[in-house]
Design a protein around this ligand. Structure first.
Ligand code: ATP
Length: 328
C-alpha cells in the first residue's frame, strides 16, 4: 500500500441505476475489511458542496443489495461544474478528512471526478453505474443487465396483446446515444425490427421489412425503437408514418420510460457491483487515481477515466446480422 488512506468517500451521481446500492454496500464493506473509514456523500456532487455526509459502517448497508435506486440519492449539480463549486466541495472533503473518492455514475459523473483530480490531485476512482452501457472499458455497466431484463419482460407482455389483436407495436426503450438496450432487448424479445442511433435503417427499408413480415404470414409485429434512433422521427411520428403508408397495419405505440431504471437488480448486476466495489477500494489502497473499474473478459480491469469518457462503447455489429436472420 503506497498511499496512507484512512477514509474513503463514496457518492452516486447522474441517473440512478439498479446495482448502485449493491456497489455502495461493497465499497463500505471493503473499507471495513481493510480497517479504513467510509463516508457516504448524499446527492452526488451537490451534497459534497453542501457538506451532506454520513459515516457508513458494515451494518449501515444491510438489506440494500436487492434494492433499486440509491440510498445515497443522486443529483445533478451545475455548481460543481465551476471551479468555485469544486473548491467548496474540496474544503468539505478536507474538513471530513476524506482522502479519496469513489464515484458511482455515468460519463458526466466521471468528468466531475476528473475535474476534482485535475484541480487538487485528489484520488478518484469511478464505478460505471448507468443503464445505457455507453462507457468504454467495461463490457457491462451497472444496471444494464437489469434494465435489459425489465425491457424484455415488458415487451413480452406487449407481444401478448399485439398477437391477440393482430397489431403492430412500436416500443420505445431508453438509449439516447447508444442502442445497446434496444438491440439486445429486441433480439431477446423476438422483435421484427430494431431501430438504433448507430444505424440508419431508413424509413423505406422499414416499410419494406414490415410488408415482408406480413407477406410471410406474421400476424403481429414488434418494432423496438431506441430513444435516439437515427431517422429523426420520434416513436409516435414513426407510428403515424407507418399508419399512413401501410394502412393494413393497426399501429400502437408504447414508451417504456423510467420503469427501465428501477427495480431490484439482477443477480448479474449484484455480483458485478460487489466485484467493482471491492476493486475500487483496493485500487485506491494501491495508490491508483483517475481510473474506472470495469469488466473485461470476465476480469476486473482498470481503464483511465479519460479513455472511459471519450471512447464510446461500440455496439456489437454481429448482433445486427443475427437480428436480421432470426426475425425472418
Ligand atoms: P447518466 O449517464 O445516467 O446521465 P451521468 O453521470 O453521465 O449519468 P450527468 O448529469 O451527465 O450524469 O453528470 C452528473 C454530474 O456530474 C453533473 O450534474 C455535474 O455535477 C457533474 N459533471 C458533469 N460534467 C462535468 C464537468 N465537465 N465538470 C465537472 N463536473 C461535471
Amino acid at each position: 500500500m503506497s498511499v496512507e488512506i484512512k477514509n474513503i468517500g463514496v457518492l452516486t451521481s447522474g441517473g440512478d441505476a439498479p446495482g448502485m446500492n449493491a456497489a455502495i454496500r461493497a465499497v463500505v464493506r471493503a473499507c471495513a475489511y481493510y480497517n479504513i473509514k467510509c463516508t457516504g456523500i448524499y446527492r452526488g456532487y451537490q451534497g459534497m458542496i453542501e457538506g451532506d455526509f454520513i459515516e457508513l459502517g458494515p451494518r449501515s448497508v444491510k438489506n440494500i443489495i436487492n434494492k433499486g435506486g440509491t440510498i445515497l440519492k443522486s443529483a445533478r449539480s451545475k455548481e460543481f461544474m465551476t471551479a468555485e463549486g469544486r473548491e467548496k466541495a474540496f474544503q468539505n472533503l478536507k474538513k471530513n478528512e476524506i482522502d479519496a473518492l469513489i464515484v458511482i455514475g455515468g460519463d458526466g459523473s466521471f468528468k466531475g471526478g476528473l475535474a476534482l483530480l485535475e484541480q487538487y490531485n485528489f484520488p478518484v476512482i469511478g464505478i460505471p453505474g448507468t443503464i445505457d452501457n455507453d462507457i468504454d472499458g467495461t463490457s457491462h455497466t451497472l444496471g444494464y443487465d437489469t434494465a435489459l431484463n425489465t425491457a424484455v419482460d415488458a415487451i413480452d407482455k406487449i407481444r401478448d396483446t399485439a398477437s391477440s389483436h393482430n397489431r403492430l407495436f412500436f416500443v420505445e426503450v431508453m438509449g439516447r446515444d447508444a442502442g445497446h438496450i434496444a438491440l439486445n432487448a429486441g433480439i431477446g424479445a423476438g422483435a421484427e425490427e430494431i431501430l438504433i442511433p448507430e444505424e440508419d435503417l431508413g424509413l423505406d427499408r422499414l416499410l419494406e421489412s414490415l410488408k415482408r413480415s406480413k407477406a410471410s404470414g406474421k400476424t403481429s409485429s414488434i418494432v423496438i425503437v431506441a430513444e435516439g434512433e437515427s431517422s429523426g422521427k420520434n416513436v409516435f411520428e414513426l407510428g403515424d408514418y407507418v399508419t399512413e403508408n401501410l394502412p393494413e397495419y393497426e399501429v400502437r405505440v408504447s414508451v417504456l420510460g423510467h420503469m427501465q431504471r428501477g427495480g431490484s437488480p439482477s443477480c448479474f448486476d449484484r455480483v458485478l457491483a460487489s466485484r467493482m466495489g471491492v476493486k475500487a477500494v483496493e485500487s485506491i489502497l494501491e495508490g491508483k487515481k483517475g481510473y474506472m473499474v470495469g469488466l473485461l473478459h470476465d476480469k476486473m480491469e482498470l481503464t483511465s477515466l479519460d479513455k472511459a469518457i471519450k471512447g464510446n462503447s461500440k455496439i456489437e455489429e454481429d448482433l445486427l446480422r443475427v437480428s436480421n436472420i432470426v426475425s425472418i
